[in-house]
Ligand binder design. Structure first.
Ligand code: MN
Ligand code: MN
Length: 463
């Protein structure tokens, strides 16, 4: 067969197993995975001896911000950072507060078209979008079926923040996505309780960043998670819980799954790797870890890893927010509730999960591939992504498991000016990355092209 590219001699990892195999690529797609393809006339040969050949990571939770006149390169630059980290497809939210292209009348569909115009010909890797429904849109439900038809079948609703939705709107959004082949992603925290706790903390002078965690303890997340699941059950709809951080919420996910509800939950690297000890840092450093839900006590991490291992947690997304300590995090000196929530992670997903999860003995490398690529691609309707197998896009990561290195901001490419993982010693490093058969990173050097990345229309075939 006349291959364009052969990746030879590596260990190909799928969700089901690992084996030494060559990968043959034709026209950007995987045409063969075979123990020995041999040399082929005209094919570019890339040796992968001693390396893992992984499917490109699919990060379904980023707040990557579209370009503006003031920051014309920020969307592109985040896509470059993604590629360095082995992420070949990312989803962004058209999200109030993080660079939304909201139509003046709140129309989801006009906002979608503006977002697509603002991001076209800009990314170095493939990308897609989830739309955010808010309490400020006049009718956030009406346009959901048409958006699903247009290839955007996933939506996010917040139970908190001034752009959050009330329970009635959440229920209607679940019912409509359920009936029309969509999926609702829900940020679960109890708004009135955390606002009351915040007011109490501020009134007693406890304004430092460390009190962010006290304003929203695990029960605040667990109660809202339970409520979202109850509404999904009543609406006969599937539901996806974003950024689950604690065992108290995970227990409700397990109960719902045991009842047969299509309940899915993601967790994030910061809940797996970090802990609330970060809030003991000096205020200007602690502010960098103001993320919602907050970092939890250390013992929580083992429960999340157990959830990933046993399947009750479906996948890991980053919740990447490209905040900068010199800009968005500066308001720490006022009070914790004024600090932008979030932190960067688009470039460190595979690094942290491989090192802490696989090298740390908590999950197998096959389970990692399932959590970072195969399940996110399937759940979010990216049929051509997520596995090194015949017929899929040749999104390939050549990963060296033997390297030891230290994560540091100086070596990252995202638009943030810090990483939450500064100084973390990790096992493994991305060597080369291919997107649809084209090299984007070679031996740690960016060789991609702005605008190569394609917008992915999606359909939830599992629905
Ligand atoms: Mn959130
Ligand atoms: Mn988020």
């Amino acid at each position: 067969m006349p291959f364009d590219l052969i990746v030879a001699g590596g260990t190909v990892v799928t969700a089901d197993g690992s084996a030494r195999a060559d990968v043959g690529v034709v026209g950007g797609r995987i045409a063969a995975v075979d123990p020995s393809l041999g040399a082929a006339d005209g094919a570019r040969m890339v040796r992968a001896d001693g390396l893992l050949v992984l499917p490109g990571v699919v990060d379904v939770h980023t707040h990557t911000r579209v370009a503006t006149d003031a920051q014309p390169d920020r969307f592109y630059q985040e896509s470059v950072a993604a590629s360095f980290g082995g992420t070949t497809t990312f989803l962004a939210f058209n999200n109030p507060g993080t660079g939304a292209t909201a139509a003046a009348d709140g129309s989801l569909l006009r906002g979608l078209r503006q977002w697509q115009a603002a991001t076209s010909d800009d990314a170095a890797v493939d990308y897609a979008v989830s739309l955010v429904i808010t309490g400020q849109q006049s009718d956030p439900i009406a346009e959901l079926p048409e958006a699903i038809e247009a290839g955007v079948p996933t939506f996010k609703a917040f139970m908190v923040y001034d752009f959050g939705v009330d329970d009635a709107t959440l229920f209607r959004a679940l019912r409509t996505t359920g009936r029309h082949g969509g999926l609702l992603q829900v940020h679960c925290e109890n708004r009135t309780i955390l606002e009351a706790r915040t007011q109490d903390l501020l009134a007693s002078g406890r304004t430092a960043p460390r009190f962010h965690a006290e304003s929203r303890p695990p029960f605040v997340e667990a109660e809202a998670t339970h409520r979202a699941l109850a509404l999904a059950r009543a609406a006969e709809a599937p539901v996806y819980v974003v950024h689950l951080s604690c065992r108290e919420a995970l227990r409700h996910i397990r109960d719902a799954q045991a009842e047969g509800l299509q309940a899915f939950a993601e967790t994030c690297p910061h809940y797996l790797v970090l802990s609330d000890r970060q809030y003991e840092l000096p205020d200007e450093d602690a502010a960098c870890f103001v993320i919602s839900p907050p970092l939890r006590e250390e013992g929580q991490r083992d429960d999340l890893w157990a959830g990933l291992a046993d399947g009750s947690l479906s996948l890991i997304g980053t919740d990447h927010v490209p905040d900068r300590r010199s800009v968005e995090k500066q308001s720490w000196s006022e009070s914790f509730d004024r600090i932008s929530n979030g932190g960067p992670g688009i470039e460190t997903l595979l690094a942290t999960v491989y090192s802490e999860g696989v090298a740390g003995g908590r999950i197998t490398v096959e389970r990692m591939v399932d959590l970072l690529s195969t399940t996110p691609a399937r759940l979010f309707g990216l049929a051509s992504k997520g596995a090194v197998e015949e017929g899929r896009d040749a999104d390939l990561v050549l990963f060296d498991p033997a390297v030891r290195r230290t994560l540091t901001q100086a070596e990252l490419h995202h638009t943030s000016d810090y990483t939450p993982y500064e100084g973390l010693d990790v096992s493994g490093a991305v060597r080369s990355v291919f997107v649809r058969g084209s090299a984007v990173v070679v031996d740690g050097r960016f060789v991609g092209r702005r605008g190569y990345g394609q917008f992915q229309e999606r359909e939830l075939t599992w629905r």
